[in-house]
Design a protein around this ligand. Structure first.
Ligand code: PLP
Length: 349
C-alpha cells in the first residue's frame, strides 16, 4: 500500500520523547520555549507562540484582532472547514470567495467584489505549498491579513518567508502536514502586541485578572518532536522537491494541466497536484492497485453552505478536476517509480 500522505519520523524523535518523559516535565515548558525560539529564528522573527492545533492558531489570531459578532472575515471556498470553524467560534460572518485559476489560491479580484465596511480580516491560505502569487495586492487593502501557512512552511514569496508578510501567520503540525507534532500549531507576528496578546490568551491559569481565555497549550512532548522535525525541515523540502522534479519529467507529456510557474514564488511541494478531466476514473484505477492518489480537498466550503455553484466557477472546475499524488520525504524511490509506471500505464491501456 502507498498512502497519500505519511509523516517522516526517525530515531531522533523517539530519543527526544524519551528524554522529556524521563525528565518528568511533560506539560508546556522548556521544550515549547525552545521550539518557539527555533521556529521564530527559522522565519527570521523574534517570537512565535505554540498552540495545540492550526485551528486554535486561527481562532486566537482572529480573537486577538478583536473579531466578533457581525464582523465579516473573507476566506476562499477551496480550503478545509477549519477556517470556517474558527470564524464561527467567534460568531463572526464567513464570506466565501472564489479561487484563481493559476495557483488555486484565494482570488484577489473576487475578494475585491466581496469586501464591505464590515470586513475585519482576510485569511489568505497558501494552499498545497504554493504561495498566493498575487499576495502583495492583499497587503494594499488596509484590512488585517492572516496568512494561513498550514501547508506551506518554508515556501517563499519574493524571497521572504511565508507567514512574515501579513499581520499574523499561522501554521499546523497535524500528522499529514509538512512536518508534524501529531497535533499542533504556531502563531507568528511582527507585532509584539499581537504576540503578547496571543501568548496571554492560550492559557488561563495564574492570571491577575479574569477574562475569557483558552487552554490551547502545546505539551513539551509535542514540542520535543517538533524541534527534531524543524531541524529536518530543509532536508524534507529538498526531498519533496526531488520527487516533484521526477514527477514533472515523467508527467510532462501526459494530458494533465499544472499550476502556473511564477518566478517570484518558491513553492515547497506539500502536494503534487494536476488537473485532469477523468479524475474519478484515475483515482479508481490507482485504488485498485492500493495506491492512494486522491482529491486534495474533500468538499469546497460553498457547497457545505449551499451557496450557488455558479458563484464559484473556478473552485467548481478545480474541485472536479484536481488530483493529488503521494509526495513526502519518506516516499521510497521504488514506490515513486511504481506511481510513475502506473500513471503511464493508465494512459496506455
Ligand atoms: C490543516 C489545516 C488547517 C487546520 O490545522 P489543524 O492543525 O488540523 O487544526 C488550517 N488551514 C489549512 C490550510 C490546513 O491545511
Amino acid at each position: 500500500m502507498i498512502p497519500h500522505s505519511k509523516p517522516t519520523l526517525g530515531i531522533e524523535e523517539s530519543k527526544a520523547i524519551i528524554k522529556v518523559l524521563s525528565s518528568g516535565h511533560i506539560n508546556q515548558g522548556e521544550q515549547v520555549k525552545e521550539f518557539e525560539q527555533l521556529f521564530a529564528r527559522f522565519l527570521g522573527l523574534n517570537s512565535a507562540v505554540a498552540v495545540n492545533s492550526g485551528t486554535s492558531a486561527l481562532h486566537l489570531a482572529l480573537y486577538a484582532l478583536g473579531i466578533g459578532k457581525g464582523d465579516e472575515v473573507i476566506i476562499p471556498s477551496f480550503v478545509c472547514t477549519a477556517l470556517l470553524n474558527a470564524i464561527n467560534y467567534l460568531g463572526a460572518k464567513p464570506v466565501i470567495a472564489d479561487i484563481n485559476a493559476y495557483d488555486y489560491n484565494i482570488s484577489f479580484s473576487d475578494v475585491k467584489k466581496r469586501i464591505t465596511k464590515r470586513t475585519k480580516a482576510i485569511i489568505v491560505p497558501h494552499i498545497f505549498g504554493r504561495p498566493s502569487y498575487e499576495f502583495h495586492r492583499f497587503l494594499e487593502l488596509e484590512v488585517p491579513i492572516i496568512e494561513d501557512c498550514a501547508q506551506s512552511i518554508g515556501a517563499k514569496y519574493e524571497g521572504a518567508n511565508l507567514g512574515t508578510l501579513g499581520d499574523i501567520g499561522i501554521y499546523s503540525f497535524y500528522a499529514t502536514k509538512v512536518f508534524t507534532t501529531g497535533e499542533g500549531g504556531m502563531v507568528v507576528s511582527k507585532s509584539k502586541d499581537l504576540v503578547n496578546r496571543i501568548d496571554d490568551l492560550r492559557e488561563y491559569d495564574n492570571k491577575h485578572d479574569y477574562e475569557i481565555r483558552f487552554n490551547y497549550k502545546m505539551s513539551d512532548l509535542q514540542a520535543a518532536i517538533g524541534l527534531e522535525q524543524l531541524r529536518k525541515l530543509p532536508e524534507f523540502i529538498c526531498k519533496r522537491k526531488d520527487v516533484a522534479e521526477k514527477y514533472n519529467i515523467a508527467f510532462n507529456k501526459l494530458p494533465f494541466n499544472f499550476p502556473q510557474v511564477f518566478s517570484h514564488i518558491e513553492p515547497i511541494w506539500y502536494r503534487y497536484i494536476v488537473l485532469y478531466e477523468r479524475v474519478a476514473e484515475l483515482i479508481r484505477f490507482f485504488h485498485e492497485k492500493n495506491i492512494f492518489v486522491s482529491r486534495p480537498i474533500f468538499k469546497p466550503l460553498h457547497r457545505y453552505l449551499y451557496f450557488s455553484n455558479e458563484d464559484y466557477p473556478v473552485t467548481e472546475k478545480v474541485f472536479k478536476q484536481l488530483l493529488s499524488f503521494p509526495i513526502y520525504p519518506s516516499l521510497k524511490t521504488s514506490d515513486r517509480e511504481k506511481i510513475i509506471g502506473r500513471t503511464i500505464q493508465f494512459f496506455n491501456k
